[in-house]
Structure formats: C-alpha cells, structure tokens
Design a protein around this ligand. Structure first.
Ligand code: ADP
Ligand code: MG
Length: 249
C-alpha cells in the first residue's frame, strides 16, 4: 500500500539478533529487532542504559555484524561484504556522530571535516570548498582553522556534525550526541541536526534522554534488546506527516 508522503526506506532491519559471548556468559544485546526508517525521517531511539542502543547503532553503522537477520542500507543488502566494501559503503552512505566528538586533535576543524572526502578521493580544492560549506551550515566557518582543543564542547560537536554530513550521506546516525554537553550546547547541536532534517536528510539520534528525544518526529523505544514502542510525535506548531514511521496517523 502506498500512503501519501511515503518514501524510500533508507534502513530496513529484519529480525536482527546480536549476542555477545557464548553459552552461560552470553549477553543478548538485540533480540530480534525489525525497523524501517524512510528517507527524510527524524527518529529518536530511546532507551535506558544497557537496552541495546549502541549495539543497534554499531549494526546500523556497519561497525559490527549480526548473528541473525538482515539489513538493507539505502537499498543495499550489506551481508557477505568484505571489510573494505563495508568501509566504502559506510563512508559514502553514513554520517556518524559520537558522544565523545571523536575529532582528530592534531587537525584543524576544516581538516577534520574534510576527512570523509579524503577517503572518497575528492581533490583538495573541492574538499576545502565543501568542508567550508559544511562548517558554514553549522555556524562555524569562522573557526575553520582552529584545533579541537581551541573549541568548546558544543563547537567540537558541531564540527563533528559538519564532518558527518559533508559527504551527503543517506543517513546521519548520532549516538548520545549531547551526552557531554550542557543544555545550551545541546540545544544548538540538536538545532543543527533538525535543520539538516529540514533539508530532507534522514537523521537518527540515539539517546536515553527524553528531552533530546523530543526533537524527533518519531520515537522508537528499546528495552532489553527489543523495540517496545514506536510512535509518531508531533512537535508544537508542526503538521503531522502522513506515512512517516511506516504508519498513517
Ligand atoms: P546502551 O547503548 O543502550 O546502553 P549497549 O548496546 O551498549 O546498550 O549494551 C547492550 C547490552 O550488551 C548490555 O548488557 C551490555 O553490557 C552488552 N554489551 C555491549 N557491548 C558488549 C560487548 N562488546 N561485549 C559484551 N557485552 C556487550
Ligand atoms: Mg550506549
């Protein structure tokens, strides 16, 4: 069935199981997770510590493999791929933002943002132009030549967001992106992610924080390695979007 506004799936997880360890010491981090996220959605994955959020993020980001189930990313089945192929798919289709920013300390903001373009083989002049443009969209073009140590936490995270989007990925995945930030910096980082989503990009934020989840148009809740709730969320003053979240309101 086609619903008005329904869009291509970017993420299709089907009955994914991830277990760490074996036998009596096995930890069942994901116990059969099925999830479809469509282009242009803004999703929060919410859950308490230990519920399996980071495991899910690592699976979605192709940083970890699964024991069972299937995963299609942007229409591509990612099973049976070599490490090199996975790295290539990850670099082109996924933008990652981590709690700890993960910027390279010896590189300026500009060089950090350029990295995904270096891996994609983009030439230097074009890299600089696109990296500066990405820094401009997060309001930090004036800080392009600063090192991470010369930036505040909120600024570092906005640089990380610029790096995540510079390659125009199909999806931006952020794991607890505001976990190390005060409330002012948190709002600014979430504002940037929201703006990207407003431009039609797909954004998934993983969080244990209900305030952060309030940014999303859809909240997927995890508990003990399972999805226990999946609901649309309408922000004040924003019209509901039919079809988003694979449901009709
Ligand atoms: P969350 O991000 O929601 O806090 P995680 O995905 O990090 O949850 O963890 C889910 C469960 O899997 C927890 O019980 C955790 O201890 C376990 N776990 C996560 N990573 C590993 C690992 N590399 N080895 C063993 N157990 C792990
Ligand atoms: Mg986690």
């Amino acid at each position: 069935m086609t619903t008005p506004g329904a869009r291509d799936p970017v993420i299709q997880l089907c009955r994914v199981v991830k277990t760490y360890g074996a036998a009596h010491s096995a930890v069942h981090a994901l116990r059969g997770v099925s999830l479809t996220i469509r282009r242009g959605e803004r999703v929060a994955i919410l859950g308490a510590s230990g519920s399996g959020k980071s495991t899910l993020m690592n699976v979605l980001a192709l940083l970890d493999n699964v024991n069972q189930g299937s995963y299609r990313l942007d229409g591509v089945d990612v099973r049976h791929r070599t490490e090199d192929e996975l790295a290539e798919i990850r670099n082109r289709r996924i933008g990652l933002v981590f709690q700890a920013f993960n910027l390279l300390p010896a590189l300026t903001a500009l060089r950090n943002v350029e990295l995904p373009l270096v891996y994609s083989g983009v030439r230097r002049a074009e890299r600089e132009r696109r990296a500066l443009e990405a820094l401009e969209t997060v309001g930090l073009d004036g800080r392009a030549h600063h090192l991470p140590s010369e930036l505040s936490g909120g600024e570092q995270q906005r640089v990380a967001v610029a790096r995540a989007v510079v390659n125009e990925p199909a999806i931006v995945l952020a794991d607890e992106p505001t976990g190390n930030l005060d409330s002012v910096a948190s709002r600014s980082v979430m504002g940037v992610l929201r703006r990207f989503n407003g431009q039609g990009r797909t954004v998934v934020v993983i969080t244990h924080d209900h305030d952060v989840a309030a940014f999303a148009g859809r909240v997927v809740e995890m508990r003990d390695g399972r999805i226990v709730d999946d609901r649309p969320q309408v922000a004040p003053g924003e019209p509901a979007r039919a079809g988003v979240g694979g449901r009709t309101a």
